[in-house]
Design a protein around this ligand. Structure first.
Ligand code: PSV
Ligand code: MN
Length: 430
C-alpha cells in the first residue's frame, strides 16, 4: 500500500469547506425544526448507515461489446481492497466488502482477512459464480449450473458454492449470495418446471451446509444471459424458493433485475411482509441493464424503496434485517468516483425517508386523500439533505467534498504508475 489517500489531505480540504457547510447545516436545522425534526438525530442516522462495496466494482466493467480498462486498475484482490479503502476513507459508510468467487479467490484466506482489517474493512458476504467457465474447470456451464440437466454439472456448481461457504466462514461473512445464469434462449430449450425443481434441489444441498451466523441470499434476474426464460426470473419464484429452503434463506433484490416499469418498492414491501427480504444490490438502470450508478436515473424510486425500508424499521417488523450492497458496472467512470457518489446517494435516500411525516401519510391514506399522501412523500424527497450527509461524513472523518479530494489527491495517477496493466483483468460484464 504505497499510495493510500492521505487523511491529512482530507482534513485540510474539510477545513476549507467547513464554515459554509456549518451555515447550510444550521439553516437546514432551523427548517427541519419547524417540521418537528431534530437534525442531529438525522445526522446520527446518516453516520450509522452502512452499504457494502462489491469486490468486482472497483475494476472497470464492460458490456457485451467491449471493455475499456481505465488507468491503475486493481490487478488482484489486495489492490481491490486498497481501492475499497479509499472509498471508505472518503465516505465512511462502506467498510463492508462483498467478495466475488472465483474472480477474487484468495490464495491465503487468513492473510486476506488480516489485510482487510488493516484497511479498516471487513468481508460482509460472498458471491458465487457458476455463470462462466473458469480455466481449470472440468464441466462447462454453457447450458446451466445449479439447474443443469446433468447431475454432474449440478454437483460441480454445488461444490463451488460449498467452497464459497468455507472461505466465507474463514472471512467471517454474514451472507452468501447465489446468482445463476441458468435458463434458455428458445422456447422448449428447458423444461420450465423441471429446471426450477433441479435448481431448488441444488440449493437445498448448499443450504444444508450454511455455517452458523450465515444467511443464504438468492438473487433473481429477469433475463440475461438467458434471453427467453431464466430459471430464477422474478421475486415470486425467489420468494417461493426461499420459503421452501428455510428460515435462513432470503430473497435478494438487485434493483436492475426487473422490467423497466416495475414497481420495485412494492416488491420490497411484499418481501418485508413475507419475512423474506434478505438484502439489496443497489444500482440504477434506464432500460434493461443493472449497471448504472445508484440514484443516477431514478432517484425518486430509490427514495420510495428506502421509504419502505425505513417504514419497516420504524415499525420494528420482526426479523427485518436487510443487508445493503452496491452492484454496478462502471464502464465509463472512475469506479472509485462512482462508488463514492452511489454510496452517498443511498444515504441521501435513507435520510430523506426519515423525513416522511408518517402521521400525515397515514391520515391521508385513512381519508383517501391521494394528493396529501403524495405530498407527504414529496415533502421528504424534495428536501435537500446534502448538508446532513456532508456533516455526517465530516464528523466520521470522511470528506465534505469526496470526489474533489479524491481527484486532487492524485491517487489514480499514482495507481496507474504502481499497477501497470496486465493482459486481462477485472470483472468484464457484471
Ligand atoms: C450479473 O447480472 C450480476 O451483476 C448479478 O447481479 C450478480 O450479483 C453479479 O453479476 C455478480 O455475480
Ligand atoms: Mn446483483
Amino acid at each position: 500500500m504505497g499510495f493510500e489517500l492521505d487523511t491529512e489531505h482530507i482534513a485540510a480540504d474539510n477545513r476549507r469547506h467547513f464554515a459554509p457547510l456549518q451555515d447550510d447545516y444550521e439553516h437546514l436545522g432551523h427548517q427541519l425544526a419547524r417540521r418537528g425534526v431534530d437534525i442531529e438525530k438525522l445526522t446520527q442516522r446518516a453516520m450509522a448507515f452502512r452499504v457494502a462495496v462489491p469486490s468486482w466494482g472497483v475494476g472497470t466493467g464492460g458490456t457485451r461489446f467491449a471493455r475499456f480498462p481505465g488507468p491503475g486498475e486493481p490487478r488482484n484482490i489486495f489492490e481491490k481492497l486498497e481501492d475499497c479503502q479509499v472509498v471508505f476513507t472518503l465516505v465512511r459508510s462502506t467498510p463492508g466488502i462483498s467478495l466475488h468467487l472465483p474472480w477474487d479467490r484468495p490464495d491465503r484466506v487468513a492473510e486476506l482477512r488480516q489485510f482487510a482489517e488493516r484497511c479498516g474493512l471487513f468481508f460482509d458476504s460472498t458471491n458465487s459464480n457458476t455463470f462462466q467457465d473458469q480455466p481449470d474447470q472440468k464441466l462447462s456451464y454453457k447450458f446451466g449450473s445449479l439447474a443443469h440437466i446433468d447431475s454432474a454439472v449440478r454437483l460441480q456448481a454445488i461444490e463451488h458454492n460449498l467452497e464459497c461457504l468455507a472461505i466465507g466462514a474463514k472471512l467471517g461473512v454474514r451472507a452468501h449470495t447465489v446468482w445463476i445464469g441458468d435458463g434458455g434462449n428458445f422456447p422448449g430449450q428447458i423444461h420450465l418446471r423441471q429446471s426450477l425443481a433441479r435448481y431448488l434441489e441444488s440449493l437445498r444441498a448448499i443450504y444444508r451446509e450454511l455455517p452458523d451466523g450465515c444467511r443464504l441470499f438468492i438473487e433473481h434476474k429477469l433475463y440475461e444471459p438467458a434471453f427467453y426464460a431464466t430459471v430464477l426470473e422474478s421475486w415470486g419464484t425467489s420468494y417461493y424458493c426461499a420459503r421452501e429452503l428455510g428460515d435462513r434463506a432470503f430473497s435478494l433484490v438487485d434493483l436492475g433485475h426487473h422490467p423497466p416499469s416495475t414497481n420495485v418498492e412494492q416488491i420490497v414491501a411484499r418481501l418485508i411482509q413475507f419475512g423474506k427480504l434478505g438484502g439489496f444490490h443497489f444500482n440504477d438502470s434506464m432500460y434493461g441493464d443493472d449497471d448504472l450508478d445508484a440514484g443516477s436515473i431514478k432517484p425518486f424510486q430509490l427514495f420510495l424503496v428506502f421509504n419502505e425500508l425505513v417504514d419497516a424499521d420504524l415499525e420494528h417488523v420482526p426479523g427485518f434485517d436487510p443487508a445493503y450492497m452496491l452492484d454496478q458496472s462502471h464502464n465509463v467512470t472512475d469506479p472509485i468516483e462512482s462508488l463514492v457518489t452511489s454510496a452517498i446517494e443511498l444515504v441521501r435516500a435513507y435520510v430523506q425517508a426519515h423525513l416522511v411525516d408518517r402521521t400525515k401519510l397515514a391520515d391521508a391514506q385513512a381519508s383517501n386523500d391521494p394528493i396529501m399522501a403524495l405530498q407527504s412523500l414529496k415533502d421528504a424527497f424534495n428536501t435537500d439533505v446534502r448538508p446532513i450527509l456532508a456533516m455526517a461524513r465530516h464528523r466520521a472523518g470522511g470528506a465534505i467534498d469526496p470526489v474533489a479530494v479524491y481527484r486532487a489527491s492524485g491517487y489514480r495517477q499514482r495507481a496507474a504508475k504502481a499497477r501497470p496493466a496486465t493482459a486481462r483483468q477485472g470483472a468484464g460484464i457484471v
